[in-house]
Design a protein around this ligand. Structure first.
Ligand code: NAP
Length: 259
């Protein structure tokens, strides 16, 4: 039997990098993409004949063509995983930060996920997995664009799952929502509770993909937290403060990456 094929966009660091390592170690044909190719070259060294690299910036129009080229190079794809994303604490609402986040996490996300969907719809189906976040559960005051775009991703995938069913496209969807994970995205001085390790999160993601879970929150502690977040009335939610700087007042905060 020929090995299964997976493409991971956003594989140059953090969660995507660890996930790519796991699939390479498991003997899959693995397509990896991001803007930075040096880390992708390191991954390719693990199994040169079975790893395929593409430089993709999801915010450009060329990204769809680049993904299609990568799929063609691999002679098809069974699983597409969309990991690429950015996130910043932006209490001053700097508009460039907000719009860049929307560009990457909403527009870029749609561009690439739709390309994978269209390929699978025309080629007998497949599986699309996305790494969204528990940040999409409620609006986070320190990261409006980040939490809003993660909610967008949750809803977009839900819509595509219904579309695939209506049109019998045979595509299965997995929405993975991790809590805070120790990656470059969280670099900075903010205090994050219950920080998860990227290799552990990657193992849980691989398991969720193989079980074809529809939605999964990682890990169990965040499942409990998420349950209670959903119950909090709007009036009380707006009074909470989530994601303060270590030891500093909110007014002293600088913009830093967000979970
Ligand atoms: N860390 C957390 O606490 C956490 C929690 C929940 C969800 N997530 C989500 O998990 C995903 C991965 O984040 P991470 O924590 O692993 O952060 P990370 O280490 O910063 O990784 C982000 C990845 O996205 C890629 N990327 C960013 N902008 C891109 C663009 N325009 N085009 C193509 N690729 C792009 C980066 O590659 P290049 O820079 O090389 O392009 C990198 O590979 C994100 O979607 C994030 O929202 C993270």
């Amino acid at each position: 039997m020929s090995p299964k094929r997976i493409i991971i966009v956003g594989a140059s660091s953090g969660i995507g990098y660890e996930l790519a390592k796991l699939y390479i170690e498991s003997g899959w044909e693995v397509g990896i993409a991001a803007r930075r190719t040096e880390p992708l070259e390191l991954l390719k060294q693990m199994s040169p004949a079975h790893v395929f690299i593409s430089a993709i910036d999801v915010t450009t129009d060329l990204a769809s063509v680049a993904l299609q080229d990568l799929i063609d190079l691999m002679k098809g794809v069974d699983v597409y995983v969309h990991v690429a994303g950015i996130g910043y604490q932006n209490p001053d609402l700097e508009i460039e930060v907000e719009l860049a986040t929307i560009d990457t996490n909403a527009q870029g996300f749609t561009r690439l996920v739709d390309t994978a969907y269209q390929h699978m719809a025309q080629n007998g189906g497949g599986q699309i997995a996305i790494i969204s976040s528990i940040a999409g559960t409620r609006g986070l005051g320190l990261a409006p664009a980040y939490s809003a775009t993660k909610k967008f991703q949750n809803t977009y995938i839900e819509a595509l799952a219904q579309l695939s069913s209506m049109q019998s496209h045979g595509i299965c969807f997995t929405d993975i929502r991790p809590g805070f994970v120790d990656t470059p995205l969280l670099a900075g001085d903010y205090r994050y509770p219950m920080l998860l390790k990227a290799p552990q999160v990657a193992r849980s993601i691989k398991k969720a993909i193989s079980k074809r879970k529809r939605v999964i929150i990682i890990d169990w502690k965040y499942r409990i937290l998420n349950f209670f977040w959903q119950l909090i009335p709007h009036g009380l939610w707006q009074k909470l403060s989530i994601g303060r700087l270590k030891g500093n007042a909110p007014s002293e905060q600088e913009d830093k990456p967000n979970a």
